[in-house]
Design a protein around this ligand. Structure first.
Ligand code: AMP
Ligand code: ZN
Length: 271
C-alpha cells in the first residue's frame, strides 16, 4: 500500500475533519515536512508552526527549509523565536538546566522535547487551532514504546497513538500523528522523490544514547516487526489503567499538566 493511502486510512481512523484548523509543527526535517505535504495534498486546512531553537547553522537551515515549504504549499507559517520569546536559545537553556544540581543526567532530547511540547500547546491554542500535527513516525513510536517498557513505565505510552487519548480539556490541543504507521525509510524515500525542502542532517544536540541504542536494536528487525510492536501496543493501550490520568493546571504557568507543577516548570524553576 502506498504512503498516501496509508496516511488517508490513518486520518479516516481518527476521523479528521477537513474543516478543522490543523497546525503542523514543522521542524524542517523529513517527517514533519512530509506530514504537511500530505495533509495539504489530501485537502486538509493546515498552517505551519516552527520553533527556531537557535542551534546555530542547523537552525538557520531548518528555518530556510520551513519557509520554502510553506511558500511552495501556499500555507501560512507562524514563527516562534526562542531567543526573543524565552530570552535564550535551546542550547543555553538546556545547559543551564543540566548544570543545576541533580539535573546533570537529564538527556538533551528529553529537555528539548518537554520545552517544545509546552510551547506548541500554548501557542497553537492561542491560534485557536483544533489540532496539532507532528511528524512522529513508526520508528519513533516503536522506540518510545520499547523505551517505556524497558524503563518499567509502559503507562507513559498510554496516551500515545495516531491521536492523543487524553480526556478533552479546553486548554489542551489534541495532537495527531498522520505518519504513525509509516516507516522512517519510506518517508525518507518519499520526501526525496517529491524533492521536498528538507534538512536531512540530524540535530547536533541529539545525543540521547538510550534512544540511539534502542533505535539500533530496532533497526536489526524488519519493518513488519516494528509494525507489530506499534499495532500490539495500540491493543494494550485500552487496557492500561488510566483512572488517575486526570488533567489539572500547572500552579506556576497555568498550562495543562498531570502534576501540580508541569514538566517544563519543573525544569525551569531550578535554573
Ligand atoms: P523530535 O522531538 O525532534 O523528534 O520531533 C518530533 C516532532 O515535533 C517533529 O516531527 C515535529 O512535528 C515537531 N518538532 C520538532 N522540532 C520542532 C521545531 N523546532 N518546531 C516545530 N515543531 C517541531
Ligand atoms: Zn508549568
Amino acid at each position: 500500500m502506498s504512503i498516501e493511502q496509508k496516511v488517508k486510512n490513518t486520518l479516516k481512523k481518527i476521523k479528521l475533519n477537513k474543516k478543522e484548523k490543523i497546525i503542523v509543527a514543522l521542524s524542517g526535517g523529513k517527517d514533519s515536512t512530509t506530514t504537511a505535504y500530505l495533509l495539504k495534498k489530501l485537502g486538509y486546512n493546515i498552517e505551519g508552526f516552527h520553533i527556531n531553537l537557535r542551534i546555530g547553522k542547523y537552525s538557520e537551515d531548518c528555518l530556510e527549509a520551513v519557509k520554502k515549504l510553506c511558500e511552495d504549499l501556499n500555507i501560512k507559517l507562524h514563527l516562534y523565536d526562542m531567543k526573543q520569546e524565552m530570552g535564550s536559545g535551546m542550547c543555553y537553556l538546556r545547559t543551564s538546566i543540566q548544570s543545576s544540581s541533580g539535573r546533570g543526567k537529564l538527556k538533551n532530547c528529553a529537555i528539548c522535547g518537554v520545552i517544545k511540547k509546552w510551547i506548541l500547546n500554548r501557542e497553537v491554542r492561542k491560534l485557536k487551532a483544533d489540532k496539532i500535527a507532528t511528524g512522529h513516525n513508526l520508528d519513533d513510536e516503536a522506540q518510545t514504546f520499547l523505551m517505556n517498557i524497558f524503563k518499567g513505565s509502559p503507562k507513559l505510552s498510554a496516551n500515545s497513538g495516531p491521536i492523543t487519548l487524553n480526556i478533552p480539556d479546553k486548554k489542551f490541543v489534541p495532537r495527531i500523528k498522520p505518519l504513525f504507521y509509516i516507516a522512517e525509510n519510506d518517508i525518507r524515500e518519499y520526501s526525496k522523490k517529491k524533492k521536498l525542502p528538507v534538512v536531512y542532517d540530524s540535530c547536533p544536540c541529539a545525543l540521547d544514547s538510550y534512544r540511539i541504542q534502542v533505535r539500533k536494536f530496532l533497526n536489526t528487525l524488519s519493518k513488519k516487526d516494528k509494525e507489530r510492536i506499534v499495532n500490539n501496543f495500540e491493543k494494550w493501550i485500552v487496557r492500561l489503567d488510566k483512572k488517575d490520568d486526570q488533567m489539572i493546571y500547572c500552579q506556576l504557568c497555568g498550562e495543562p499538566s498531570r502534576n501540580k507543577i508541569c514538566k517544563r516548570c519543573e525544569l525551569m524553576k531550578i535554573t
